[in-house]
Design a protein around this ligand. Structure first.
Ligand SMILES: Cc1cc2nc3c(=O)[nH]c(=O)nc-3n(C[C@H](O)[C@H](O)[C@H](O)COP(=O)(O)OP(=O)(O)OC[C@H]3O[C@@H](n4cnc5c(N)ncnc54)[C@H](O)[C@@H]3O)c2cc1C
Length: 405
């Protein structure tokens, strides 16, 4: 059956990765389709800081990700809305004396990163998308099936019954990617046996523009700074917990939950006064063995999901987007089809190693801090103190995590 619409690139999913890719390709001469089941209206967001006014999902964006968002024209809206730059980071081990502090002055940058609400990023990208004339949005709609035809085009059928044909389909449809499944991409994955509990909290004392992270034997707990107002201080928490504990923490009343949180972060920000609704996300490490096939590419969480302990997931996803867009634009200048395997393989070669490295490091950290045997505890505490005393090594680690090296 002939396709009703033909495009150079069909992007499946308008989360942060898919939305950013659409904006990055816009204006290049490619005809672009974007398919997203969530309504893509640009909602006015609440401006006043307040426990119920923050998105429970936030991201710690690195300077490199912010540079990309700025190039896409999306950072200005986010910055004008609200975000919290953090200048310091305090990390410590609940089982010992190991502690390490990072300060932006050590690497001569104004901030280590910015805490941004996910909906602010999606909203800002959506406003670019709806204003562009070359991104055709199929929304709300969803991909029902995809297959490659004999001419090398990918035929896409939407839930609405509409049919699209594309030189390239990009799966930006998240951790449970349907595109990945439909093209039988193999993955390596394992369950952490943890979920991440997230919510917004009000704390008694200023967060001092600092990201706080305490490694507990049951998993890391992070307090990420949010914008506040006079005498009102807010943080977003991400607490990676073993499954039985997640259920327990979700079932506590607010007062008991706040008391448990205050103790778990050792009252670093005084008492936790109040908490918003709590959500839990199951954590699973997943990495596609290949990111590309002829006519198909995966980006963001569709290609890799990573433990959130160092807040790197969407930072890696945005770099996938930057590299894929660069390779597609290069191919276009050479008059090569965007779905050619040699074009897409360049993207995979440039991204897979870096993603693997970060995923391996996060997995190693998680296992290291879960280990309760005395020699390992001693070693990791000594290691933290050691790094703290080696400025050159510490600066390299910081620059790498910030994506500036
Ligand atoms: C608790 C937690 C904290 C985190 N903190 C950080 C952090 O501080 N820093 C950081 O960098 N990362 C962080 N991450 C990771 C980050 O949130 C993810 O990497 C990021 O949201 C993935 O974005 P994405 O666009 O790839 O996928 P998603 O955000 O999952 O978007 C996928 C999109 O595809 C759409 N879709 C799904 N199915 C279909 C279909 N069939 N057809 C069409 N569209 C479809 C969905 O509606 C959605 O809009 C965190 C993750 C968790 C769980």
């Amino acid at each position: 059956m002939p396709a009703q619409h033909e495009f150079d690139v069909v992007i499946v999913g308008a989360g942060i990765a898919g939305g950013a890719l659409a904006v990055a390709l816009s204006g290049s001469g490619f005809s672009i389709a974007l398919v997203e089941p969530r309504p893509m209206t640009v909602e006015p967001l609440p401006r006043e800081p307040g426990l119920q006014n923050f998105d429970a999902r936030v991201s710690a964006l690195t300077p490199k990700s912010i540079t990309l968002l700025r190039q896409l024209g999306a950072w200005e809206d986010i910055a004008a809305y609200r975000h919290c730059p953090y200048q310091h980071m305090n990390v410590w081990d609940a089982e010992g004396t190991g502690r390490i502090e990072f300060d932006c002055s050590e690497v001569k940058v104004p901030a280590l990163g910015h805490i941004v609400e996910n909906r602010a990023i999606v909203n800002s990208l959506a406003s670019r998308i709806v204003a562009s004339s070359d991104i055709h949005c199929f929304n709300p709609d969803s991909v029902a099936s995809c297959e490659r035809d004999a001419d090398g085009l990918v035929q896409v059928v939407l839930d609405s019954g509409q049919q699209l044909a594309a030189g390239l389909v990009v799966g930006a449809d998240g951790a449970l990617s349907g595109v990945r499944e439909m093209f039988a991409f193999r993955t390596r994955e394992w369950d952490y046996g943890h979920s991440a509990l997230v919510c917004t909290v009000q704390v008694a004392e200023s967060h001092q523009d600092t990201a706080w992270q305490r490694f507990l034997p049951t998993g890391p707990l992070a307090f990420l700074p949010l914008p506040g107002k006079q005498d009102e201080h807010y943080c977003s928490i991400v607490w990676s917990l073993q499954e039985p504990m997640v259920k327990e923490m979700l079932s506590l009343d607010t007062e008991s939950f706040c008391a448990t949180l205050s103790n778990s972060i050792e009252h670093a920000l005084g008492r936790v006064l109040d908490a918003s609704a709590r959500f839990a996300f199951p954590l699973r490490q997943r990495h596609a063995v290949d990111y590309v096939q002829p006519g198909v590419a995966l980006v963001g969480d569709a290609a890799h999901t990573i433990h959130p302990l160092a807040g790197q997931g969407i930072n890696l996803g945005l770099q996938d987007v930057a590299v894929l867009a660069e390779e597609l634009l290069l191919a276009q200048r050479r008059q090569l089809s965007p779905g050619r395997l040699d074009v897409l393989s360049r993207y995979q070669r440039r991204r897979k190693g870096e993603n693997l490295l970060m995923m391996g490091a996060m997995d190693g950290f998680k296992r290291l801090f879960e280990e309760s045997s005395l020699p390992v505890r001693w070693l990791r505490n000594a290691g933290m103190r050691g790094v703290a005393q080696l400025p050159a090594l510490k600066q390299r680690l910081m620059r790498h995590a910030m994506g500036i090296e």
